[in-house]
Design a protein around this ligand. Structure first.
Ligand code: HAM
Length: 401
């Protein structure tokens, strides 16, 4: 037996986990501020939901799903993404009209593991469904952008494209197909096989897309309604001062997108995993999974990648460590008082020497050590370069100074 996590998965533990916790807390706060209630959905769904929703020519479905048959003989799949599940939940809920949802949790794709490309990874995301207008797209893009910058990532580029809709996409797909047919011999076998089935996927091929820069561009084929929507999204972003770059080759890896498609790229990461997030509009998704026509727009961000780009800063998860000269029973009482006042404090529940307690404080790299010397005796408050003595009831005020 080997005590290691499965290939492509990680144990996220202290001290790195503190940066995760802060980032996830920021997510909860920010998504709430933008009016997105939490949804918590099953981590496995029926396999068909993803085959139909995400699309059976996407790599996610053809190569990356964790699919198994349960004890009842049903085929289920660990969710590789969140949008299909959210749309299913919306349709199931019987709700009508604009509906917002924010999520945060683990997702699963059988990929070749490397830094920032994991088999179990964490996404935070939102879906805004039953809304068709471009302002929804802009609001969604802005939320993702603000989250990324508030989490401390500065070198991020927003890429934007429009993929058209069932009205104008067919003419584009035909043009792309004939362009690719002429270059079949230059393409990888995987890409060549996609020319007839789903030529857009070829543009998403890491291997081939760099050589296809003169391929037909979706934006040259947009119908009037799609062109107008795209123009409105761009001017909405401009009004909010959000910089973007148009990328006519941005097609995204999932089949449900219509019109707006976008990605947030961390320029500091390797190209293979520098997309810290992506999303777009999926006006046809609800129907492909058997529901009534319901437009929607959303994104998901890869928290593993954001952490990688941030360089996983190590941060103390405590404001202070409490050292007790009178045993752990007293320490618990003092800690309880401080915790009630909002101080993040910990102490040793075992009856150890003062020296050993100081060693623990050092190992935890806390900014402050508090020393309890007994009832009625002022406490020592020690920082790296200062030391004061305070009655215990003044300690929390000192922290807020
Ligand atoms: P996606 O582009 O497949 O979109 O994934 C979103 C983000 O999840 C990626 O940009 C990346 O940061 C992260 N990610 C994906 N796969 C992995 C992996 N194997 N390891 C680490 N991070 C990964 C979606 O999933 C769509 N559901 C987004 C969306 C929401 N579109 C509309 N609404």
């Amino acid at each position: 037996m080997s005590f290691q996590p499965p290939k492509g998965t990680d144990d996220i533990i202290a001290p790195e986990s503190q940066a995760w916790r802060e980032t996830l807390r920021l997510w909860e706060e920010l998504s709430e501020r933008y009016g997105y209630p939490l949804v918590s959905l099953p981590i496995f769904e029926s396999t068909e939901l993803f085959e139909r929703g995400v699309g059976d020519t996407s790599e996610v479905v053809t190569k990356q799903m964790y699919t198994f048959t349960d004890q009842g003989g049903r085929s289920v799949t660990l969710r590789p993404e969140g949008t299909a599940g959210v749309m299913r939940a919306y349709l199931d809920s019987g709700s009508r009209g604009a509906w917002k949802a924010a999520y945060s949790g683990p997702f699963f794709r059988y990929e070749r593991p490397q830094a920032g490309r994991r088999r179990q990874f964490w996404q935070v995301g939102v879906e805004y469904v039953d809304v068709a207008g471009p302002v929804a797209d802009v609001e969604v893009v802005e939320l993702g952008y603000r989250f990324i910058s508030d989490s401390g990532l500065s070198e991020v580029v927003l890429l934007l494209n429009s993929l058209g809709d069932p009205e104008c996409r067919p003419a584009y797909v035909e043009a792309l197909r004939s362009y690719l047919r002429d270059r079949r011999s230059e393409l990888s076998a995987d890409s060549a096989a996609l020319i007839e089935r789903n030529p857009l996927r070829v543009l998403d091929s890491k291997q081939d897309s760099p050589r296809l820069t003169d391929a037909p561009r979706t934006i040259d084929y947009l119908c009037a309604a799609c062109a107008e929507h795209f123009a409105a999204v761009k001017s909405g972003l401009e009004r909010l001062g959000i910089p973007y770059e148009e990328d006519p080759n941005l097609v995204r890896g999932l089949d449900y997108y219509t019109r707006t498609a976008f990605e947030y790229i961390a320029t500091g990461l390797d190209a293979a995993q520098n997309a810290v997030g992506g999303g777009g509009r999926y006006d046809g998704l609800a129907e492909t999974i058997g529901g009534r026509s319901t437009p929607g727009v959303g994104f998901a961000l890869g928290v593993d990648r954001i952490m990688l780009a941030l360089g996983a800063p190590e941060r103390a998860h405590l404001d202070a460590y409490l050292v007790s000269e009178t045993g752990p029973g007293d320490a618990l009482e003092v800690a309880s008082r401080l915790r009630a006042e909002g101080i993040r404090v910990d102490f040793d529940t075992e009856d150890r020497s003062v020296k050993a307690q100081f060693r623990t404080a050092g190992r935890l790299e806390v900014p402050v050590v508090l020393v309890w010397k007994g009832e009625g005796v002022p406490m020592d408050v020690q920082t790296r370069d200062d030391r004061v003595s305070l009655p215990v009831q003044e300690v929390s005020t000192w922290f807020r100074r």
